[in-house]
Design a protein around this ligand. Sequence first.
Ligand SMILES: [Zn+2]
Length: 66
Amino acid sequence: MCVQFWCPLPCNYLAASMHYCMAANTISPAYTSLRCSECGYTDKKNRESQALFHCLSCGSIRITQT
Ligand SMILES: [Zn+2]
């Protein structure tokens, strides 16, 4: 999905786009932690604290051990 978003061409730019993808994931790991795994809703308010995720869309609660 990430590769397709970055590059519509499947061949020459694939390696570069994958590098971009990995870099983006490395830089902003917090983004994925803000995304509800149940419904996909993403909001920084979903994360009430470092250890508690509470989705404002579907109400899903997830405890995160760090
Ligand atoms: Zn949710």
